[in-house]
Design a protein. Structure first.
Length: 96
């Protein structure tokens, strides 16, 4: 459980195009990113001025055996909107 009320948790699977909605993906397939790395999420969040904090040793409760890590970001909008902005920024950065 997250103690800070002004932070949101962004798990890589929220924006991962290789995951299903049942596995925890939040975004539509057209908005999602294929296998996002923690570093990519952190960089995108920095570019969006969300003050990211990476916690690489965490595992999502739904797949507790897979230590994927997570990124804490400032809560400046609803989680779905922030996740979409991060995914769009990752796609933009990959396109370079």
């Amino acid at each position: 459980m997250l103690k800070e009320k002004n932070k949101l948790v962004i798990w890589p699977l929220y924006i991962d195009a290789t995951k299903s909605r049942a596995e925890g993906r939040l975004l539509s397939m057209k908005d999602a990113v294929k296998s996002p790395a923690l570093k990519e999420i952190e960089k995108a969040a920095q570019e969006l001025n969300l003050n990211p904090v990476v916690e690489a040793d965490k595992a999502h409760p739904k797949s507790w055996w897979v230590v994927s890590g997570r990124v804490l970001v400032d809560k400046k909008a609803p989680k779905s909107i922030i996740a979409k902005q991060i995914a769009q920024r990752i796609n933009k950065n990959r396109g370079k």
